[in-house]
Design a protein around this ligand. Structure first.
Ligand code: DAH
Length: 350
């Protein structure tokens, strides 16, 4: 073993260490030169075979070489660590940014869009009317004079503002006021679908103080109940599916005469009222579910809207968007007000 060999080994090791900036490579070189079976140890083993004097001399050179390699490695590791921290901060600005999460329309907006589409297909125009409305449009013109008991069903939020000739201002408790506004703005034929927010001072698991209704109005010559029933069947089939049937049940509303409540066959028991296991259906009443109100427009209402009841007749209906939507999806919300929650765990499900 010559001193030169040791110098060469040292130089070779140092050159390789300095050349690399890679931690794994440094670790590999550490093993190759300084490891238990590494090159330095191989020389150390050979040392034993040398004469005493030579052994001390070469041993010294070997020790120096080992130290030099160790020191170079130590600094290289340190430099490499510093570099690593920087590497983590560094990023490739040409990489495409992570995709942002794509949201979707709220469940209620989806239902509104579908209702609008279904009625547009038969020539009904979507309209919007004020959410803050005068008493006259909301009640009086709809044949519900002041102090009439029918008003009890329509408690409203009144706005503290000076009343006008049209009475006090309130937040629309129903979309029916849109009937009057539409008739006053257009002469028949009228085919409107007024979808809007309604407000009533009620809040419990099945009532939210803010909710939506869609109100249809069709006015033309010779409109009769057959038209009403045909159109409601069309909507029910389009919205709920071809298997569903509707029926009209006599009811009382001040703005329609005759008036009906519309029922639809229950999806769960297919309108039988009983499930296949013989038990009564827990969702409906004897196979029918209540959809909402409808009827033939009352002559008083036509007159309020400036339409001659001798020339024209019409029908109207007004239903809850949240209600039909929940019926369609078979949604059994423990609390209707959840629909107004911003909680993504709820919203992401739809
Ligand atoms: N406006 C009524 C309500 O909010 C619903 C209604 C019933 C509307 C019968 C109508 C109708 O147009 O004909 O309860």
């Amino acid at each position: 073993m010559e001193k030169d060999q040791i110098h060469n080994l040292k130089n070779e090791a140092i050159a390789q260490i300095l050349r690399t900036g890679n931690k794994q490579e440094l670790e590999r070189l550490q093993i190759v030169y300084l490891g238990r079976k590494g090159k330095i140890n191989q020389f150390l083993k050979e040392l034993a075979r040398l004469e005493r004097e030579e052994r001390t001399d070469i041993g010294k050179t070997l020790n120096e070489a080992k130290k030099a390699i160790e020191n170079t490695l130590k600094t290289a590791f340190k430099r490499n660590l510093g570099k690593k921290e920087k590497t983590e901060e560094w990023f490739d600005i040409t990489l495409p940014a992570p995709k942002s999460q794509i949201g979707h329309l709220h469940l209620i907006s989806q239902a509104i869009a579908e209702i609008e589409r279904i009625f547009a297909a038969i020539g009904f125009t979507r309209v919007r009317h004020p959410e803050v409305e005068w008493d006259w449009y909301s009640f009086e013109a709809l044949n519900m004079p002041q102090n009439h008991p029918a008003r009890d069903d329509f408690e409203a939020f009144y706005v503290q503002a000076p009343p006008s000739k049209k009475g006090q201002m309130c937040l629309t408790p129903h979309t029916s006021s849109g009937q009057i506004r539409e008739m006053l703005a257009h002469q028949p034929p009228i085919r409107m679908i007024n979808i809007g927010r309604c407000y009533r001072p009620e809040s419990d698991i099945s009532h939210a103080p803010v909710f939506h209704q869609f109100e249809g109005l069709y006015i033309d010559k010779n409109v009769n109940i057959g038209h009403l029933k045909g159109m409601l069947s069309y909507f029910a089939e389009e919205f709920f599916g071809p298997e569903r049937k509707i029926r009209l049940r006599p009811y009382d509303f001040r703005f329609t005469e005759p008036s009906f409540e519309v029922d639809i066959t229950c999806d769960l028991c297919q309108g039988k009222g009983r499930l296949s296991n013989g038990q009564n259906c827990r969702v409906c009443k004897e196979g029918w579910l209540e959809l909402g109100g409808s009827g033939m427009t009352h002559p008083f209402v036509l007159k309020s809207g400036g339409v001659d009841p001798k020339k024209y007749s019409g029908f109207a209906f007004g239903w809850g968007v949240e209600r039909v939507m929940m019926m369609k999806a078979g949604l059994n919300l423990p609390d209707l007000r959840l629909l107004w929650s911003p909680d993504l765990r709820i919203l992401n499900q739809f």
